[in-house]
Write a protein that binds this ligand. Structure first.
Ligand code: NAD
Length: 473
């Protein structure tokens, strides 16, 4: 890219791809096909504002890859939306899904609006019109392309989408699977809210259980007793902090945009959250010390640093001062390529966003499966398992002549419900993905960092899929 050309997010994804592609054996043509965005739909449609004026809305849906269908990826409402950004985010979805073995191609959508500047009624009209434009061009459907929430959208918008789709496709029995991130009453799945933070915890815990990796970092095995710093107390940061604390780690500092607090004895995220709700600030939390700047938290002495707020927060300027041994990228793009190079030199392990924050899309996959099967997880087997377990206990008691305690009985008999099954599926996904990436990295020591190893894993999986489809005769 010449100096005159504006920054392109899509080109930067392509550069990371090319860096990793060198460590694969695939034909150049296959690599070119994987990189390309297969379908880009740019649309314009009018909306009548509440004051009677007509506004023309700019929107996109990009399907990066159909090596697996449907395509999958969120819809963003932001006035920063542009075609280059949607293309980049769609391609990242392809790689993210491949790494965690979620059988979807990558997609992404965007509407160029600042949602705060529109009434709820206007937003509903925009979302419904966007959905009907997607239906007209066959760009949405449970077997075609399945959107989800992203920046500026949530359960409410997903409800409008599923309702619009269903009314335009009467009788389509799987129509609830046209979008994920829906409220439970509209076909959503239990366990979605905490999924990304829980996935971050499962991924880092698996890394911490690897003896050789911990030895290299000079750390003991396991999460227990490790010190953790979390930036951002939103959905992902709050749940990451919660699961680390519950897993026996000590969350010694939390940062929000107004400041940061520290307590070497450990902080409870829920108490801090309530304090912030009451006082409007994270600062002056009882027992904790205020840090002068919120970014100071990133430079604290700790074992694990979890940036869970924004992109580019750890860069060439502050990376040399980062003292954490492990960085878990819960946010999208928190570390710049310059920071990556510094971490490699300093022997800091950066666990990349591309798979570490894949908990959301993994649980979206479970929601889609639930919609296609038309039955809640656990409904068929919960009581059956409980009855079987009860019989095993009573046989044990008869054979041994001893009684199992009531508390022991309760935990053994218990049949799993939807949330427990979703958490269990997520745990399996994150553990397998972590092991796959680490094994691949160990098998090729020339790969400079875990991010490149994750890209190599993604490229291998997508390329194998294309090759098996036989599209290159
Ligand atoms: P969120 O809006 O719920 O939380 C972000 C938090 O960061 C907010 O509380 C905000 O006040 C805080 N923040 C903003 N600027 C800050 C600063 N300078 N220092 C410290 N804190 C700051 O968003 P979220 O859903 O938790 O997403 C966080 C990140 O994780 C984003 O990068 C997002 O793309 C990524 N992510 C989210 C999900 C998901 O399921 N929600 C999935 C994958 C990736």
């Amino acid at each position: 890219m010449s100096a005159q050309q504006p920054y392109s997010f899509f080109h930067s994804v392509e550069r990371s791809f090319d860096k990793a592609a060198k460590f694969t054996k695939w034909d150049l043509g296959i690599l070119e096909q994987i990189k390309a965005c297969n379908s880009v739909y740019q649309m314009r449609f009018p909306v009548k504002r509440d004051d009677g004026s007509i506004e023309v809305i700019e929107a996109y849906r990009v399907q990066h890859s159909q090596h697996k269908t449907p395509c999958k990826g969120g819809i963003r409402f932001s006035d920063e939306v542009n075609q280059d950004e949607v293309m980049a985010l769609a391609s990242l979805m392809t790689y993210k899904c491949a790494i965690v073995n979620v059988p979807f191609g990558g997609g992404k959508g965007g509407i160029k609006i600042n949602p705060r500047k529109y009434s709820e009624y206007e937003l509903e009209k925009i979302t419904r019109r966007y959905t009907s434009e997607l239906v007209k061009k066959n760009f949405i459907g449970p077997g075609i392309d399945v959107p989800a929430p992203d920046y500026g959208t949530g359960e409410r918008e997903m409800s409008w989408i599923v309702d619009t789709y269903g009314s335009l496709k009467p009788g389509e029995i799987d129509s609830a699977g046209c979008v994920t991130g829906k409220p439970i009453t509209q076909g959503g799945v239990r366990g979605r809210k905490e999924a990304t933070g829980l996935g971050v915890f499962f991924g880092i815990r698996e890394v911490c259980n690897m003896e050789d990796v911990m030895k290299k970092l000079g750390l003991g095995i396991g999460v227990e007793g490790k010190t953790v710093v979390v930036q951002g107390l939103g959905n992902v940061g709050y749940h990451s902090a919660k699961f680390f604390r519950e897993g026996g780690a000590k969350v010694i500092a939390l940062a929000e945009y107004e400041g940061a607090i520290m307590n070497p004895a450990g902080l409870n995220e829920e108490e801090v959250f309530q304090h912030r709700k009451k006082t409007g600030s994270i600062l002056n939390f009882p027992g904790a010390t205020n840090l002068a700047k919120n970014t100071d938290a990133l430079e604290l002495e700790c074992d694990i640093l979890i940036p869970a707020a924004l992109e580019n927060v750890i860069n060439g300027d502050n990376a040399p001062r980062v003292k954490a041994k492990i960085i878990g990228e819960a946010a999208n793009g928190p570390c710049t390529p310059e920071a990556d190079e510094i971490f490699t030199q300093k022997g800091i392990l950066c666990v990349p966003d591309m798979y570490l924050n894949a908990g959301g899309v993994t649980v979206s996959y479970f929601e889609w499966l639930k919609n296609l099967s038309h039955v809640r997880y656990g409904r068929m087997e919960k009581r059956f398992n409980e009855n079987m377990n009860m019989q095993i206990i009573s046989q044990m008691e008869t054979l041994t002549g001893k009684k199992v305690s009531e508390a022991g009985k309760k935990s053994i008999v218990h049949g799993a419900d939807e949330q427990e099954l979703v958490h269990s599926g997520l745990e399996e996904t994150m553990i397998s993905a972590t092991r796959e990436i680490m094994d691949l990295w160990k098998s090729n020591p020339d790969i400079p960092d875990m991010r490149t190893a994750a890209y190599v894993s993604a490229i291998n999986k997508v390329a194998t899929s294309y090759a098996e489809l036989g599209i290159f005769p």
